[in-house]
Design a protein around this ligand. Structure first.
Ligand code: 5GP
Length: 115
């Protein structure tokens, strides 16, 4: 059994976060350390530590990350100019919190993804 992170506590609203969206599968909240004018994290409500732990039973929740990203991007007014969706995996991928999360980043032009 993987160890819970602070993100599970955010899902259960046990610690504060600026939650923008929540349903039975996913929760979206503003990143505490935004790297762009819009920086939102969208996470499955159940703990999946990394992409390496993904199975077919997670497809509904993980698919929902994209539909919620699309909805939030529209609400934030960044759809037309564009934005970036990022999922980091493990140490070399730069993952710090071991509860899968999609970063929705935008609001200004972003640099090249790989450098
Ligand atoms: P990672 O590097 O794992 O892909 O990204 C983790 C993200 O979670 C970081 O951008 C970090 O700022 C954010 N983060 C870490 N702890 C908290 C927290 O307690 N609340 C919120 N809202 N964001 C957090």
């Amino acid at each position: 059994m993987a160890e819970e992170t602070i993100f599970s506590k955010i899902v259960r609203r046990e610690i504060p976060a600026d939650i923008l969206y929540q349903d039975e599968l996913v929760t979206a909240f503003r990143d505490i350390n935004p790297r762009a004018p819009t920086h939102i994290l969208i996470i499955p409500n159940t703990l999946i530590p990394t992409v390496n732990d993904v199975t077919a039973e997670h497809e509904a929740a993980l698919g929902r990350l994209f539909t919620v990203a699309r909805k939030l991007a529209a609400e934030q007014g960044i759809s037309d100019n564009g934005y970036r969706l990022i999922v980091n995996c493990n140490q070399h991928g730069g993952q710090e919190v071991y509860h899968i999360h999609m970063h929705l980043v935008g609001g200004h032009a972003l640099g090249p993804m790989l450098s």
